[in-house]
Write a protein that binds this ligand. Sequence first.
Ligand code: BMA
Length: 340
Amino acid sequence: MSIKIIGKDLPNMPWEERKGPSDGLPVWRYSANPIIGWNPTPSTARIFNSAVLPYKDGFVGVFRADSKHINPSLHVGYSKDAIHWEFEDTPISWVDEDGNPYNHEIHSYDPRLIELEGKYYIIWCVDFAGCPTIGLGYTEDFKKFVRLENPFIPFNRNGVLFPRKVNDKYLMLSRPSDSGHTPFGDIFLTESPDLKYWGKHRLVMKSGLNWWQETKIGAGPAPIETDKGWLMFYHGVITNCNGYVYSFGAALLDKDEPSKVLLRTEDYILTPQENYETNGFVPNVCFPCATLCDAKTGRIAIYYGAADTYTAIAFTTIDELYEFMLTHNKLGKGDSEAVK
Ligand code: BMA
């Protein structure tokens, strides 16, 4: 029953053991949550749904910041301990592949940050002809940011790149959407030989398995490679009388054919419960966009946006999570097949 993270050791990642009795779920919250509160920089009101990575002798992040006129944009931040962050007040400026300025978009949100073949790729939701789709770009130094072609036409959100090629192809998870608050959504996988041309689409998982993930689901952080397959955290949404509630769960995807689901948590592993999750700009949202992991100990820190207002951390270990996934596994129709 043992499972191993395939990746680097990260002994300086944030970590805290579970305090108090278990609530029956494999994930526990950092006791000093939230780590980022209101008005984090002069021009921004809220930082949430953001992505972090180890960088040099500390950490770097690409953060979704909503300005004081409520416009979402991407900002760089640095930290020594991945808990206390310093942010740039000015949003990222992009150039195209020829070096010309490329800042067409009005809205930029929900970034994922992935180290792939020595570059740092950013995948986020962006305007394309005024409609939401997935944006893709990279940086090598967090100073110059290069925009690549948009992988998909609208409408799409929650694009997540795998951290390495699988069968010599780049892989991207995404969730086709509408132009607004999208009352539906399933997770798909698409491949590319060159990060420019995307195709060979496969369904990964559908919403509707049970109520916490009834309305829509979307991939969260970059999948984590293990010797048993790819660990994917994902958000699931229920619509109740007061609106949407965003929880998150976990799935294990086949190592060589990641559109096949091996395990999927029947229960959520984290749901809005604490004050900073249930109260804020959009109450009842827990939205994971990044993890930090230590391969040696199996520790995982999950970075999630809380109530579209705060950034928070939850912890688990690969062993505890895997055991929960084995004992609380429920697959949906078609999950374990390659559905075209
Ligand atoms: C989604 C995205 C997320 C947000 C969520 C809840 O559509 O816009 O950025 O956290 O709604 O408001």
